[in-house]
Design a protein around this ligand. Structure first.
Ligand code: 4NP
Length: 152
């Protein structure tokens, strides 16, 4: 199973989602591949946002080895599931997705809040949105991991 986490900049939310999901893979001994990317490409090559790195570190997760990259067309072939962090990125991913591969694109918070299409709030312009992002993503990734374990 190959999972891609996607937000706008690939510096705040999706790097945290990638780090958390890799932690769950360890915790539940899941053989999965996890990566993250952004729809914008604005921060290509950058480290995650300092605030995301600091918050993740506080939860025992190191994301400082990650570099921002843009979503590639080949990602739709390579990954089994592409999780969008919010509605805007979901729409952009659907526009980008090759014919027949749209089904791979999902809203990540539908894992914990089925059919509600809730956004992981963009914390970039906030002072203190980063822990809420962590909590939402930790719950969603826990659910994803448990479902994968159940279906092993
Ligand atoms: P992310 O957050 O999509 O969670 O990585 C953002 C990062 C950068 C910008 C917006 C959101 N930006 O406007 O540069």
């Amino acid at each position: 199973m190959k999972i891609l986490m996607v937000c706008l900049g690939n510096i705040c939310r999706s790097p945290v989602a990638e780090g958390i999901m890799k932690g769950k893979a360890n915790k539940y001994r899941l053989v999965i591949a996890v990566d993250s990317a952004g729809t914008s490409g604005w921060h290509d090559g950058s480290l995650p946002d300092e605030r995301s790195m600091k918050n993740a570190k506080g939860h025992g997760i190191n994301i400082s080895d990650q570099k921002s990259r843009r979503v590639l067309l080949s990602d739709f072939d390579l990954f089994d599931v592409i999780y969008a962090m919010d509605n805007q990125n979901y729409k952009n991913l659907l526009k980008l997705a090759p014919e027949g591969l749209q089904h791979k694109v999902k809203m990540i918070l539908n894992e914990t809040h089925p059919n509600q299409n809730l956004d992981v709030p963009d914390p970039y312009y906030t002072e203190d949105g980063f822990d809420e992002v962590y909590q939402l993503l930790n719950d969603a990734c826990e659910r994803i991991a448990l479902n994968l374990k159940k279906n092993e």
